[in-house]
Design a protein. Sequence first.
Length: 328
Amino acid sequence: GEVGGRQGFVVTDGGLATELERRGADISDALWSAKMLMQDPLLIRQVHSSFLQAGADVITTASYQATFEGFAKKGLSHEESCHLFALSVKLAQEARDEFWADPSNRAGRPYPLVAASIGPYGAFLADGSEYRGDYGLSEEELVAFHTPRIAYLLTLRPDILACETIPCMIEARALVTVLQRCLATAQHPHPDVWLSFNCKDETHCCNGDAFADCLQVASSCDGIKAIGINCTAPQHVNGLLRSLATATTTATTTTDCLVTSQRRPLLLVYPNSGEVYQPKTKDWADAGETVELPQLIRQWYDSGARMFGGCCRTTPEHISTIRSTLEG
């Protein structure tokens, strides 16, 4: 892949769940978007396609809330669960291949990459705890939780592993442990990894851990090629990027692939639209005044970010605006 090579930035996709709901899917379920892997996989592929058409260089699989434990609670066998994980990657790869097969889509665009989404333990609980990080689990228990999914996803050969919405340092440590073990024993060239944190203000992850401390943990793993912030209110991003930029010397140019020859991770930002999630009602409330997206993207670029996208409540229209802002 050459994402971020000649163009100097990377556009990720937006809120998969948001777009599924806009198209009529009912995902009010513990499995969230992963529910649609069982019920309407073609709709997932359509959403991937819409983000590619809008300008995404990376599309993210519908596996954020998919776990072996979560599928087992729905009565699925281990084999059936493996099939759904494989389907999540296959749908994104098919959407990418179909998009790239049309020569008119290639003008000024790098070959798009597929990122396998790995949500936090709180996403499996489906109680909003990824917005708090108050799991009450040990690091060893979190390592045991994350290992089977990451090990299996690696066998599916995605281009990227996207560990997302991490709310606390103990989970970051557990993920780094799992990644180091799994990447060391991978049978083939392993994907690049991004690690992205869910933060409650300009200096802290959701559970109150210092963001700077979490960054040190993330920076300790060679396989992690991008570090950033997602599922966070846009108004906190600039302050958080200042922490990131001091923890990682900002890449002024992005080299081939996501980063391969670059020692320093890229800085990644894909916040929410600005609304606030209410776990009890599984709904969103407006958080008040908003700054125009192009202005935010330019600020974040100036603060060192080189990968941009959206998380909850962001649409293909948001992604199109991000791409046109960066190209302008």
